[in-house]
Design a protein around this ligand. Structure first.
Ligand code: ZN
Length: 430
């Protein structure tokens, strides 16, 4: 397997659900050759086991220890079939607010969490003459701006950094102050990957050289220099320091996701979808990369945006590890690039609950949807979209809308729907 900077590289392992290992490269080569298969077969007690089973059994002999849950049986995901999603009929002219809100329920997946005044704000955006009805012209505008666009959306799921080191390795999420267990995210995430029809599936990997700038163990290497305020300080992992050379602000993490190591492999419990694409980030020694689109300086772009554009993708469901760091950064940049973005909260886990909450608030203000996996299913089967995407389409700024509060923003949004805490007059929060 050849890896290049910002690589997008499908591998034969994409065919399998389950363990991959340091030996995957050689196994892939073996599995491609009849001659090699004959050799392997002769080494097995059963001569007629299929090549896939042989590769799988060898693969499962290696890999990292993870006894907490049984290794997923190495069952291939079903071949990806893009099922045609239904499209919505245009709204009919003459609707008052009530009938508009009622019909919107068929389009918006999380409508029950939306405060009424936000729905009214959408209605009033298109009720230009303010007569309480959408006449023909107003209704056509709504259909053109919202319904027709929703009917054209193609979606991808981006699974961010679901790697051994973040699950139970050197930078295990569950050891963070929030004590969130990535295994819990795997249940809904694997269900989505196995059952939902996405137009594209992308897995990302943090993929660092051994002396990466983010590694606490290497922060005093001779090829980098901290500013005096940090240089004389006793440091520990997760401290933030300022380097003068290279010039950057950096959180120091325990060494993690070393290229070609067990820790950098995707979790063996993560479902792997055929035809998926893979994007690696953080390859440059001196620049960290939280977002899967570009490094933390925003200078070097990965292949991701080009890949999504070339596949005609405009809507992204983003999830994985760590919630408030790489998942949030990838989602933020997706939004900046003009994609309709949703962070799938129950398929993501993070280190710090307060920072997760801050990320939810900040992303919501950009009209990023913070959703749960059922809302993803609603899109892939019924084309229902998150409320925030409708607002983005209609040009309603996220800062005008309610933002989630509390540790679990999704649940708090629900609370807001029954008792909105703020009123809106003429679109201005008061
Ligand atoms: Zn990293």
């Amino acid at each position: 397997m050849t890896v290049s900077k910002g690589a997008v590289f499908p591998t034969r392992n994409d065919l399998f659900v389950g363990k991959i290992s340091k030996r995957q490269d050689s196994l892939e080569v073996l599995s491609c050759s009849f001659f090699a298969l004959a050799i392997i077969r002769s080494a097995q007690s059963s001569l007629f086991k299929g090549a896939i089973q042989l590769v799988q059994s060898l693969a499962s002999a290696t890999g990292g220890a993870d006894d907490k849950m049984p290794v997923d049986k190495l069952v291939p995901c079903p071949t990806r079939q893009i099922t045609k999603r239904p499209v919505f009929d245009p709204f009919t002219p003459g609707m008052n607010y009530q009938s508009f809100a009622e019909q919107l329920r068929t389009v918006v997946s999380d409508i029950d969490r939306v405060p009424q005044y936000e729905i009214r704000r959408l209605f009033e955006t298109f009720d230009v003459d303010n007569d309480g009805k959408l006449n023909k012209t107003e209704c056509e505008a709504f259909n053109r701006v919202v319904i027709n666009e929703v009917n054209k959306l193609n979606c991808a799921i981006i699974v961010v950094d679901f790697q051994n080191d973040f699950v139970n390795g050197s930078l295990a999420i569950k050891k963070g102050p929030a004590m969130q267990d990535p295994h819990e995210a795997l249940v809904p995430l694997n269900k989505l990957l196995r059952e939902c029809s996405f137009d594209l599936v992308v897995y990302t990997q943090d993929w660092h050289p051994p002396n990466h700038i983010s590694f606490y163990e290497h922060c005093r290497n001779g090829d980098r220099a901290m500013l005096p305020m940090d240089k004389g300080r006793k440091l520990k992992p997760f401290d933030t320091v300022n380097f003068g050379q290279p010039k950057c602000h950096q959180i120091l993490y325990p060494a993690h996701c070393l290229q070609n190591s067990w820790g950098a492999e995707l979790s063996p419990h993560l479902a792997r979808v055929p035809d998926a694409k893979y994007v690696r980030k953080g390859l440059n020694v001196f620049v960290d990369a939280y977002s899967a689109f570009s490094d933390n300086n925003g200078e070097n772009k990965s292949e991701l945006a080009r890949l999504l554009r070339s596949e005609g993708i405009d809507a992204l469901f983003i999830c994985g590890l760590a919630y408030e760091i790489c998942v949030a950064a990838t989602t933020r940049e997706a939004n900046n690039l003009g994609f309709y973005a949703a962070l799938v909260a129950d398929c993501s886990k993070g280190l710090n609950a307060e920072k997760i909450d801050e990320a939810n608030v900040e992303l919501s203000q950009r009209n990023v949807a913070i959703i749960e996996s059922q809302a993803v299913e609603s899109f892939t089967t019924e084309r229902k979209v998150p409320w925030r995407w409708v607002c983005q389409l209609a040009g309603i700024s996220g800062t005008e809308l309610t933002v989630p509060r509390g540790v679990n923003g999704v649940e708090n949004l629900e609370g807001d729907s029954t008792t909105p805490s703020i009123e809106v007059n003429d679109g201005i929060k008061v």
